[in-house]
Design a protein around this ligand. Structure first.
Ligand SMILES: Nc1nc2c(ncn2[C@@H]2O[C@@H]3COP(=O)(O)O[C@H]4[C@@H](O)[C@H](n5cnc6c(=O)[nH]c(N)nc65)O[C@@H]4COP(=O)(O)O[C@H]3[C@H]2O)c(=O)[nH]1
Length: 720
C-alpha cells in the first residue's frame, strides 16, 4: 500500500519518494483521513505551521475556487457566449468601418471629372479675360480649342447626375451650349466681334461655375449616399459571412484560451498545493518528514502494532557537539552537515523506515514490524542503529573541508502495550541522553528504571510548584562555632514538608528546583526568610552578631536581578548586610568567571560576605580564588568524615586550612560528627566548626543556643 504522501492530492504524489523517508505504507483509512484533514487549507491556516503556509493555503483556496468556476459547465457556457459576442461585435465593427473607408475613393474618382471640367472652364475664362483686356496675341485658334474642350467636357454631363441637380445642370448646360455656339461663330469673325460676344458668355460661365461647384459638393453627397447604399448591401453580405467566421474563430479562440487558462490555474494550484504539503509535512532543510508527519505516522503505527501484536522501534539520533560546530563553523556549514546526515540516513536505513528531522540536530528513525518478539526487534533495531553509527562516523567533506561528527542514539521499542506517541518519543530521547552520558558516539536502549525515575521527578516538580504556592517550606539554622566553642554564626537550610511524603531532604529537591528553574522563586523565598530571621536575631543577646550563611545556587546567582534582589531584601527586612554571608560553590566559576567576580564585588560593596561551600570537591582554581572577595572556605563534609581514616582526606583538610590561612580566609570544617574529627581540625588550625557534634539544624537557634551549656574553653556539646 502506498504511504505518506497519499493524502488525496493527485496521483503524482502517490509515488514513493527517495528522500522523504516514506517508502512503505500501512496507512489505515483513519490516518489517511487525518492527513487529508491536515492538508485542508483552512485547517492549515489555523495550525501554527508558519506564515508561508497560511499564505500558500490562501492562494490554494483562491485558485481552487477559481478552478471550480471554470469547471462548472454553466460558467463555461456563459464565458463562451460572452467572449463570442464580444469577438463578433468587434469583427462587425471592423468590417463595416473598412467598407465605409473604401467609399470616398469612388466619390473622389467621380469628382475628378467635375474638377477637370472646372479647370477647362477656368482656362477659357482666363483666355477670355486676356481677350477682354485687349491681348491681341490671343489666337482665335486657342480660343476655339478651349471652347471645344469645354463643350466636350460638358457634352454628356447633364445625364450623369439624377434628381434636381441633374436637371439644373442640364438647363445650365443648354444655355452655355448656346453661348458657346455663339462664341464659336463669333470666333470665326474678327477680334472686335469676339469682344462683343464675351460678356454674354462670361455671365453664363460664372453661373455655370457656381452651379458646377454646388453640383460638385452635392454630387459628392449623392455619390456618397449611392455608394453607402451599395456599401450597406455589401457590408450586410460581409457581415453575415464575417460574423459567422468571426464567431467561429472567436469560439475556437475562446475555447483555446479557456483551456489554456484552466491548465495554468490547475498547474499553479498544484504547485501551491505541493508547496503547502512540503512545508506542512516535510522538513524544508533536508526533505525528510517533519515532527508533525512523524507524529501522525507513529500514532498510526502504534495502533497497528497494538492491534496486530507487532514489534517496532524508535531511534532517536542526536549529533554530538553539533551546537559547538554550528557556532564555530557557521550556520551554513551546520545546514550542509544536516543535509548530508539526512542523505546518509536515507542510504543506510531499511526502505520501510520513516526518517524524520524534529529540528536542530535531532533525527528520528521509525522501524515498523521488525521482529516477532521484543528480543528479535531489539536485535534488529540495534543492527540498524549500528549501521547509522557507522555511516555518520564517516568523514564529511563539507566546504572543501574534512569534518568529523558522531551521533548518540537512543532506542525505544514499541509493541502491543499501547504506548503513546509522546511517551515513546520521550523514552527514545531519554535513552539518547543515556548514550551521551555513556561517552557519546554510542547507542543505548531505553531503561524502564530510568523512566520511572523521570516520571517521579516530573511529579515532584509539580509538587514543588504547589509547595511554593502553598507555603510548605521552612528554614532550619545550623550553628557554627569558633575554636573556643562560641557560636559565631549559622547556616540557613531549607526544609520541605510535603503533605503526603513528609519531610523531603534538600538533596532530593534542590537539584530538581535548579533544573526546572524553580530555584529562582525558592531562592528568593529563602533569602527573604533568612534576612528576616537575621534581623530578629539582633534583638536577643544569644543570637546578636551571629552571621547568617545562605546557600545560593549557581543559577540563582547568575540571574541578572540577583544583586538588586539581595539589596532589596536587605532594605526591606532591615537585616545588617555585614552579617549576611552567601555560600556559593566552586562550580559557579566554571562559566563567565569575570561576570561572577564583578557581581560578587557589587555585593561585597553592600557589606555582604562570601564563603565557598564544599571546598575541594570542584574546580578549586587558585588563580580565581585569589581574585574573589571571599571571607571563608568550608571544608566539605566528605573530607571531614574520613579525615581520621583516609590519609588523602586528611591531607586535603590540612591543605585547605593552610591555603585559607595563607590567603587570609577563615576556614570552617563542615559535617563534624565526632570529637576526634573536631580535635583533628582544631589541631591543624581550623577556625570554625559546623556539624551534628555541635548542633543539628534547628528551627529556633536562639532557644537551641540558650538550652545549650558549654564549659568555657572546651569542645562544644551536641545539640539535639
Ligand atoms: N551527615 C552529616 N550532615 C551534616 C552534618 N552537619 C550538617 N550536615 C548537613 O550538611 C548539609 C550542609 O549544607 P550544605 O553543604 O550547604 O548542603 C546543602 C545545600 O547544598 C543544599 N541546601 C540546603 N538548603 C539550601 C538552600 O536554602 N538553598 C540552596 N541553594 N541549597 C540549599 O542542600 C544541601 C543539603 O542540605 P541538608 O540536607 O540540610 O544538609 C546540610 C546539613 O544538614 C553532619 O555532621 N553530618
Amino acid at each position: 500500500m502506498p504511504c505518506g504522501p497519499d493524502i488525496g492530492l493527485n496521483s503524482a504524489t502517490l509515488q514513493p519518494r527517495a528522500v522523504t523517508g516514506f517508502r512503505h505504507d500501512r496507512s489505515a483509512p483513519a490516518a489517511f483521513e487525518d492527513l487529508r484533514h491536515c492538508f485542508d487549507a483552512r485547517s492549515l491556516a489555523r495550525e501554527p505551521c508558519g506564515l508561508f503556509c497560511r499564505q500558500a493555503g490562501d492562494v490554494t483556496n483562491v485558485l481552487s475556487r477559481l478552478t471550480r468556476y471554470f469547471r462548472s459547465p454553466a460558467y463555461l457556457l456563459m464565458g463562451l457566449v460572452l467572449s463570442m459576442s464580444i469577438a463578433g461585435v468587434w469583427l462587425l465593427v471592423t468590417n463595416v468601418t473598412q467598407i465605409r473607408a473604401s467609399l470616398p475613393i469612388e466619390v473622389l474618382h467621380r469628382d475628378r471629372e467635375l474638377a477637370d471640367l472646372l479647370y477647362e472652364v477656368s482656362r477659357l475664362e482666363a483666355l477670355l479675360d486676356r481677350v477682354r483686356l485687349g491681348d491681341t496675341e490671343i489666337d482665335n485658334r486657342d480660343l476655339r480649342l478651349a471652347v471645344g474642350e469645354v463643350r466636350i467636357r460638358l457634352s454628356d454631363r447633364p445625364g450623369a447626375f439624377g434628381g434636381d441637380l441633374g436637371r439644373e445642370l442640364e438647363s445650365l448646360h443648354g444655355r452655355i451650349h448656346t453661348t458657346l455656339a455663339a462664341l464659336d461663330s463669333t470666333l470665326r469673325g474678327s477680334s472686335p466681334a469676339i469682344l462683343r460676344a464675351i460678356p454674354a458668355y462670361f455671365d453664363d460661365v460664372v453661373a455655370q461655375r457656381r452651379a458646377l461647384r454646388a453640383l460638385s459638393i452635392s454630387a459628392s453627397d449623392a455619390t456618397m449616399a449611392q455608394a453607402a447604399e451599395q456599401g450597406d448591401a455589401l457590408s450586410r453580405l460581409y457581415s453575415r459571412t464575417t460574423v459567422v467566421i468571426g464567431l467561429l474563430g472567436a469560439f475556437g479562440l475562446s475555447l483555446l484560451q479557456l483551456l489554456n487558462l484552466q491548465r495554468r490555474v490547475i498547474r499553479r494550484q498544484e504547485a501551491a498545493e505541493k508547496e503547502v504539503r512540503q512545508l506542512s509535512f516535510f522538513d524544508p532543510l533536508t526533505g525528510l518528514a517533519n515532527r508533525r508527519t512523524l507524529t501522525e505516522r507513529l500514532r498510526h503505527a502504534l495502533a497497528v502494532h497494538a492491534r496486530q501484536h507487532l514489534h517496532g522501534a524508535l531511534l532517536f539520533i542526536d549529533l554530538d557537539h553539533f551546537k559547538t560546530l554550528n557556532e564555530t563553523r557557521g550556520h551554513a556549514f551546520g545546514d550542509q552537515l544536516l543535509r548530508e546526515v539526512a542523505r546518509r540516513l536515507v542510504d543506510c536505513v531499511p526502505d520501510a523506515a520513516t526518517i524524520a528531522r524534529l529540528g536542530g540536530d535531532e533525527f528520528v528513525v521509525m522501524l515498523e514490524d521488525i521482529g516477532p518478539t521484543p528480543e528479535a526487534a531489539a536485535r534488529q533495531a540495534e543492527s540498524v542503529a549500528r549501521a547509522i553509527l557507522d555511516a555518520l562516523n564517516q568523514t564529511y567533506l563539507l566546504a572543501d573541508d574534512e569534518t568529523h561528527s558522531t551521533p548518540s542514539i537512543g532506542i525505544a521499542l514499541f509493541d502491543a502495550q499501547g504506548e503513546q506517541v509522546d511517551e515513546l518519543l520521550k523514552r527514545a530521547d531519554l535513552a539518547m541522553y543515556q548514550a551521551k552520558e555513556a561517552g557519546r558516539n554510542t547507542l543505548r536502549f531505553f531503561d524502564p528504571v530510568i523512566q520511572q525515575r523521570v516520571r517521579e521527578q516530573s511529579e515532584l516538580e509539580a509538587d514543588l510548584r504547589r509547595g511554593l504556592r502553598d507555603g510548605q517550606f521552612s528554614l532550619r539554622y545550623q550553628a557554627q562555632f569558633d575554636r573556643e566553642g562560641r557560636a559565631v554564626g549559622a547556616e540557613a537550610l531549607v526544609r520541605w514538608r510535603h503533605p503526603f511524603k513528609g519531610m523531603v531532604p534538600p538533596a532530593d529537591f534542590i537539584p530538581l528546583a535548579e533544573s526546572s528553574g524553580l530555584i529562582l522563586p525558592l531562592g528568593r523565598w529563602v533569602m527573604r526568610a533568612a534576612c528576616r530571621e537575621l534581623k530578629a536575631w539582633q534583638l536577643h543577646d544569644a543570637t546578636r552578631g551571629l552571621t547568617m550563611a545562605v546557600n545560593v545556587s549557581a543559577r540563582q546567582f547568575r540571574h541578572s536581578d540577583f544583586v538588586a534582589e539581595v539589596e532589596a531584601v536587605l532594605h526591606e527586612t532591615g537585616a545588617p548586610p555585614s552579617l549576611l554571608k552567601l555560600e556559593i560553590t566552586e562550580s559557579l566559576l566554571l562559566e563567565d568567571a569575570d561576570e561572577v567576580i564583578a557581581r560578587m564585588r557589587c555585593l561585597r560593596q553592600l557589606g555582604v560576605s562570601f564563603a565557598i561551600d564544599d571546598f575541594g570537591t570542584g574546580y578549586s582554581s587558585l588563580a580565581y580564588l585569589k581574585r574573589l572577595p571571599l571571607s571563608q572556605l568550608k571544608i566539605d563534609r566528605s573530607f571531614v568524615r574520613d579525615v581520621l581514616t583516609d590519609s588523602n582526606d586528611a591531607a586535603i583538610a590540612r591543605t585547605v586550612i593552610g591555603l585559607g590561612r595563607s590567603l587570609g580566609l577563615q576556614v570552617v570544617g563542615e559535617g563534624v560528627e565526632t570529637a576526634e574529627q573536631h580535635a583533628f581540625l582544631l589541631s591543624h588550625g581550623c577556625d570554625a566548626f559546623q556539624g551534628f557534634l555541635l548542633g543539628k539544624p534547628v528551627p529556633d537557634l536562639r532557644d537551641a543556643l540558650l538550652a545549650r551549656t558549654l564549659p568555657a574553653g572546651t569542645t562544644a556539646s551536641v545539640l539535639s
